[in-house]
Design a protein around this ligand. Structure first.
Ligand SMILES: *Cc1c(COP(=O)(O)O)cnc(C)c1O
Length: 375
């Protein structure tokens, strides 16, 4: 089937008018300071104050930030992580010669199933590494308790969750380090980029030097780092995005609630990722669960229909990591929940400036498809 022109994209960054960036871009070009300058420093300061953490260190991507954070924390051997996460989550382990041990996910929040972690811990385990899936924070207090009991590090792939909170505490404050992504599909964006948030002074210093080769020619203890700095232009994009964040998050949450309400009006048995009480999510993704036993059709059939209507959706996260060739040898529990959610979840179009008309278009397409299948 020929793919129809995209009418509703899966996501778009919500940007300000060019005038919001222009003066800073102009001053960067005038000064010739393209990286490691005043905008980057200001961005880091504002990020730390927004999150209420001691350090926010900007890097060129979440992946690079995780590579540095894991190495800086001295993580070795086995790392327990979810399989239901974005493929990039596993890469920092591969590059650090760490062995992923995959845990199953919770059937409602899709986050790592904390109750399954303890039986996966061995003498080689040095860390738990969890993703706040689609922006819903993990059960952080239970994760912290398990990590403490077994004396292992706790790190988060917080790529989806800048602006999320749990019981009033913002994501960015949990575990030994949290690493955010600022790629264009994330709510806070710098074009490309990442942020390492931590209260650990030594780790912050390690990442600061590590993003700059680990050897600036002056350090007394050089180490092999990365070339992973954030440019000044990216920092400007980030400063504007951070200023707009409260407004964009409010819009996004309102849009997501409206979207859910409209879809549930078509079919009350539809299910979405559960947002627990006391949690504020970024809705990085609005994930619809299609259980063929309930609905009589598969997630893939629905996706194909949406595609024929010019509506872009994503099978996040399919295949889950334990089914990627890269991790074929990795230790894994049986992961029945992960396999089920990965085969049933579909991320719908969502961005902060999506129009009601676009949402209504998606809802109408869903209703047409659903009603045909029902009858
Ligand atoms: C986007 C994303 C990443 C990768 O972020 P980069 O900044 O592109 O390295 C990692 N993990 C998750 C869960 C993501 O969504």
């Amino acid at each position: 089937m020929k793919k129809k022109r995209t009418v509703v994209p899966i996501t778009r960054p919500t940007l300000s008018p060019f005038a919001a960036y222009a003066p800073a871009f102009r001053s960067i070009v005038a000064s010739g300071m393209l990286t490691m300058g005043s905008h980057g420093k200001e961005f880091e300061k504002k990020l730390a104050s927004y999150l209420g953490v001691a350090h926010c260190v900007t890097v060129s991507s979440c992946t690079a930030g995780l590579m540095l954070a894991m190495r800086g924390l001295g993580i070795t051997g086995e790392v327990i992580m979810p399989s239901f996460t974005f493929s990039a989550s596993g890469l920092p382990l591969v590059w650090n010669n760490l062995e992923p041990v995959f845990a199953d996910c919770d059937p409602d929040t899709y986050n790592i199933d904390v109750s399954s972690i303890e039986r996966l811990i061995t003498s080689k385990t040095s860390a738990i590494f969890a993703t706040h899936v689609f922006g819903v924070p993990c059960d952080v207090s239970r994760l912290q308790a398990v990590a403490k009991k077994h004396n292992v590090k706790l790190i988060f792939d917080s790529a989806h969750a800048f602006g999320s909170s749990r019981d009033g505490t913002k994501v960015g404050n949990f575990g030994d380090a949290e690493v955010f992504s600022c790629s264009p599909t994330k709510v806070l964006t710098t074009g490309e980029g990442g942020i390492v948030a931590t209260n650990n002074d030594a780790l912050a210093e390690y990442v600061r030097r590590g993003r700059n080769y680990g050897d600036d020619g002056e350090s007394t203890k050089p180490f092999p780092g990365l070339s992973a700095r954030m440019t000044e232009l990216s920092a400007v994009l980030g400063l504007v995005s951070l200023k707009d964040l409260p407004k964009n998050l409010t819009r996004r949450r309102r849009v997501a609630e409206y979207f859910k309400k409209r879809l549930l009006a078509c079919e009350p048995r539809l299910r979405f990722q559960h947002v627990p009480h006391g949690v504020e999510t970024t809705y990085k993704d609005l994930s619809l669960l299609i259980d063929p036993a309930d609905l009589g059709y598969s997630r893939d059939e629905l996706q194909e229909y949406f595609q024929s209507q010019g509506i872009e959706t994503r099978k996040y996260f399919y295949p889950p990591l334990h089914r990627h060739a890269t991790y074929a040898g990795a230790t894994k529990d049986k992961l029945p929940v992960t396999d089920r959610i990965a085969s049933q979840s579909l991320s719908l179009p969502l961005y902060s400036h999506i129009t009601r008309k676009d949402i209504d278009h998606v809802v109408a397409a869903f209703k047409r498809f659903h009603d045909t299948k029902k009858s």
